[in-house]
Design a binder for this molecule. Sequence first.
Ligand SMILES: [Zn+2]
Length: 329
Amino acid sequence: MVAVLAAAACSTDRPATERTAEPTPASGEAGASAPSPEPTPEQQPVEPSESSAAAEPAGPLSADDPDPATAVRAVRRLAGRIGPREATGAAYERAASWVSGELTRLGYDVVRQRVDVPAGESWGVPVPAGRSANVVATPPGFDATEPHLVVGAHLDTVPQAPGAEDNASGVGVLLAVAEAASVRRTRLPTVFVAFGAEEPRGPTDDDHHYGSRHYVDRLGPRERAAVRGMVSLDRVGVGDRVPVGSAGDDDPVQQALLAAARRAGAAVIAEDGQRSSDHWSFVRAGLPGARLGSTPYAGYHSAGDVPTVVSVAQLERVGRIVAAWLAPR
Ligand SMILES: [Zn+2]
């Protein structure tokens, strides 16, 4: 049922030839070829949701799977067509609607978490109190009390920047990986979150990362224990090596990402003491988290942060690392 759903929902034109699940009584060979979205009568599920959870339709995710063109399209859409996305503004709302639609189209269950934020000053520009949102996408049948992984990227920008690198790049790679994972098996169920209101509204450590702190605050004790790793994709389209950041030193998620990068053949640079993104909301609450991205660039937090600053090759490197981190071993 998942294969059928995913095949029907996913509009990518990439070949599905590797969607060859091991034959099981539930999916059989029809699940592998699946030319038609209709289940055969003997596969007709009595209870669709139970069938979805039981089916094992897809081959394993690999580093080759994320399509960088998906990330590029997102950068052009968010930073080109929509533009600056201050966390409480109408453009942010348009961006959240677009990302929500993309993830829904891929077959995820998508909800929005309301995030209230205070007035303040964001990179020198006064910003009002208001409402932002996290866009949270979970795979069908997801149980937040079972072990899972979280891939996040902030969707908002400072008021003056169209935010191609900061952070349409991260959202773009998130969508590319979510697209690949929608038709592949990951080692654990994976939640994809576009966070609201990451950018600062004041000078202290409590004046930024509102969306991710809200996400963590809303987790109950069993859900917290179930988060086995979180990675924040933040400024992932500039440079030719991928910064792999840890809030402390020797972080297990950072180590796992470095190992994933080796498997994926992607050049990296380890970065300790990295607390300037949404992974820090997880780590400061005692949950495992790390960051990909942070290479300095000229257009940072300015009107010059336009799609041409983003490199397709770097987006592809980061997609490969995340996919290798999510892949079954
Ligand atoms: Zn950022």
